[in-house]
Design a protein around this ligand. Structure first.
Ligand SMILES: C[S@@+](CC[C@H](N)C(=O)[O-])C[C@H]1O[C@@H](n2cnc3c(N)ncnc32)[C@H](O)[C@@H]1O
Length: 222
């Protein structure tokens, strides 16, 4: 998967790029590029935003600045780019990220994520350049960078080879394997600690019973 992140703070992703499942995905052929719209802005002094029409606090990311950045990157009108790849605006009010959406995105060959800052995007960016709006939760972050990392985290770990154990991503909370329910509880050694014991069935070695117990626990948590 080729991922482009448009961000005014590309260095935020330096740490992220070094995380194990991300390095695994990159080693297996995925790419993660950060594009800073400030480097291509047509405005003087590296400006990227302006005051909102109608008044109000904060600054709004300009549509001409985002158009230039997308045009430089893809060599075409950004209105056409969203026909070829998912172009996602990260917004607090967008479609809520969940496992089903992560699976959907993991099936894409390429993603573009636009990180807002300040008051957010000029709405024309979202309306004309984006195919999706995604929110990571009903709260407001200072910028879209952490939201982009959250989206990518859940998407990249679903790519083949990104995790050490492929089963880890198959049977986990909200996965189709658990019919969308939260995962069952896990226990490890010691089998008893301060009188707190582990469910007998997990020590039984009886795989079918363990499987049934786990499904039941998962269903109960739903
Ligand atoms: C301070 S927020 C803007 C909030 C906007 N004025 C509002 O009230 O909806 C700046 C940027 O952070 C990102 N952001 C903030 N919260 C987010 C969330 N829950 N999910 C996804 N992106 C978010 C978006 O890219 C947004 O444009």
């Amino acid at each position: 998967m080729d991922v482009d992140v448009f961000t005014l703070f590309p260095h935020w992703f330096d740490w992220y790029r070094g995380q194990r499942h991300v390095t695994n995905a990159l080693a297996l052929g995925s790419t993660l590029e950060c594009i800073d719209p400030r480097t291509t802005t047509p405005l003087s002094g590296g400006a990227v935003d302006d005051t909102p029409f109608g008044g109000g606090a904060g600054m709004v990311l300009r549509v001409d600045v985002m158009e230039r950045a997308l045009r430089e990157r893809y060599g075409k009108d950004p209105v056409e780019v969203r026909e070829e790849r998912r172009v996602i605006a990260l917004t607090p009010g967008g479609r809520l990220l969940d496992d089903a959406l992560a699976i959907e995105l993991a099936g894409e060959p390429a993603l573009t994520l636009l990180c807002g800052r300040y008051e957010g995007f000029d709405q024309r960016i979202v309306d004309h350049f984006c195919s999706d709006e995604i929110s990571i939760g009903r709260y407001v972050l200072a910028g879209g960078e952490l939201a982009a990392m959250v989206v990518l985290d859940t998407v990249l770990r679903k790519l083949p080879g990104a995790l050490g154990h492929v089963e880890s991503a198959l049977e986990e909370s909200f996965s189709p394997a658990l019919e969308g329910a939260p995962e069952y509880p896990h226990y490890t050694r010691p089998a008893e600690w301060r009188g707190w014991t582990v469910p007998e069935v997990l020590l039984s070695g009886h795989h079918e019973k363990i499987h049934e117990w786990r499904r039941e626990q998962s269903r109960r948590r739903a």
